[in-house]
Write a new protein. Structure first.
Length: 137
């Protein structure tokens, strides 16, 4: 047939200029393996940001002489036999503590996100999942 318009596979005739199309979808299942991989990568990035932020804050406070001023204030109040503040907030200890927090962050966030995916799948099986309306603009 010449001049005939082809119909899409759904059998609907496409409408032109009727505005944006709306599609209602339901997220009924989330793959726990993909959630675990994504959560691991994001938590590694957050762990790196924690270490970098700790280093930046430590260098900023050290360049502003905050540690030495606090040490002098503690020595004035508590006496000369008080422990050295700089031994507690040294660069190595600060970076080690930030790295430990980052490693714990990686394990906890990855585990919690994976458990959350399993819980979402269980709840979505009961109530049908989350309904999402998408528009084509």
């Amino acid at each position: 047939m010449t001049g005939a318009t082809s119909r899409p596979a759904t059998g609907r005739i496409p409408t032109v200029g009727a505005g944006p199309r709306r599609v209602r979808l339901a997220v009924s299942r989330v793959d726990p393996w993909s959630v675990m991989k994504l959560a691991f990568l994001l938590s590694v990035a957050i762990g790196i940001m924690i270490v970098v932020a700790a280093v930046v804050v430590w260098f900023t406070l050290d360049s502003l002489q905050v540690f030495s001023q606090l040490d002098g204030l503690i020595r004035q109040v508590a006496g000369q036999e008080s422990p050295d503040l700089l031994a507690f907030v040294s660069f190595e200890k600060t970076v080690s503590a930030a790295t430990l927090v980052g490693v714990i962050d990686v394990f906890l966030l990855t585990a919690l996100a994976t458990i959350g995916a399993f819980l979402y799948n269980i709840v979505a099986a009961l109530v049908g999942g989350v309904n999402v309306t998408m528009t084509d603009e």
